[in-house]
Design a protein around this ligand. Structure first.
Ligand SMILES: Nc1nc2c(ncn2[C@@H]2O[C@H](COP(=O)(O)OP(=O)(O)OP(=O)(O)O)[C@@H](O)[C@H]2O)c(=O)[nH]1
Ligand SMILES: [Mg+2]
Length: 264
């Protein structure tokens, strides 16, 4: 059997990772694909989310806090190391489910995921040759030009660190007006538009830092276009699938009629 395609969903706290993983799994199932969800967040308390493989069976944030006398953030760091030690058991649980696609929800502390050695070890151990990262741009941050640049920097950091193909998503797009959505996606397509938007803001140190950061990032890698998505109304879920297929290099394609409308 071909190895499953694995997509890690990451992004800042509250960007919509957990709901998107669930919505995307439902969409995949309704389109006839076999996908499982894996929760890698030891502190995930969402009662509505019942992942197929749950890291909390091995490591639970509340237990780590009690056992080591740590607060929630210190416990996330310790938990990440504990997860790295048990990751091959998690991998085995995933393999036993014999699926085509694995959708992985990651902890909200994106700096933990992006910077700690243990998360690199976790991703390396879980990933086969067909793996990608979906980075969520939260519209609450992405709708301001300097917030957008901060997310670009974070996304580029994740990309350089994991060296996996990336798909950048604009999440919760149902919360933006059509004009806002167009403006934000245009920044992802065109550095000049984003620089112009920064120039329109007052020249505070924050805006100057963003302009210089943007110049540095765009010299390193071309800007990534954002796919607008919504777990609320199902927009863009098919585009995630298509982007993943391009990355995984499969010729298999879907009938457009099976999918919900892209832009209701
Ligand atoms: N309107 C709207 N709200 C959303 C969408 N996706 C998520 N939300 C809301 O945004 C909040 C955060 O969603 P989560 O899916 O828990 O986000 P997360 O990135 O997993 O959060 P952490 O794991 O805590 O970092 C919740 O109140 C969700 O209901 C969406 O597509 N549209
Ligand atoms: Mg979550």
């Amino acid at each position: 059997m071909e190895e499953p395609g694995t997509v890690y969903f990451t992004g800042t706290a509250g960007a919509g990772k957990t709901r998107l993983v669930q919505a995307y799994q439902s969409w995949m199932k309704s389109a006839g694909y076999d996908a499982i969800t894996v929760n890698l967040d030891p502190g995930n308390e969402s009662e509505k989310f019942t992942p197929d493989v749950d890291i909390r069976e091995w490591v639970r944030l509340s237990d780590v806090m009690d056992e080591y006398g740590l607060g929630p953030n210190g416990a996330q760091v310790a938990a990440s190391d504990l997860i790295a030690i048990r990751i091959f058991e998690v991998k085995q649980a995933v393999q036993e489910l014999k699926t085509d696609y694995v959708l992985v929800d990651t902890p909200g502390q994106v700096e933990l995921f992006a910077f700690r050695e243990s998360s690199k070890a976790i991703v390396d151990a879980l990933s086969g040759d067909r793996s990608a990262i979906a980075f969520l741009f939260d519209p609450a941050l992405a709708k301001s030009p300097s917030g957008f640049v901060s997310l670009l920097l974070l996304s580029a950091t994740v990309e350089f660190r994991f060296r996996l193909p990336m798909v950048n998503l604009l999440s919760k797009v149902d919360l933006l007006t059509p004009e806002q959505r167009e403006e934000v996606t245009s920044w992802g397509d065109d550095t000049e538009q984003l620089l112009a938007a920064l120039d329109r803001d007052a020249p505070t140190p924050d805006v100057q830092l963003s302009s210089e950061t943007l110049r540095a990032i765009s010299a390193l890698s071309p800007l990534a276009s954002l796919l607008p998505t919504s777990a609320e109304d199902g927009r863009g879920l098919e585009s995630i699938y298509q982007a993943a297929q391009r990355i995984f290099g499969s010729s298999e394609d879907i009938e457009p009629s099976q999918a919900p409308p892209e832009d209701p």
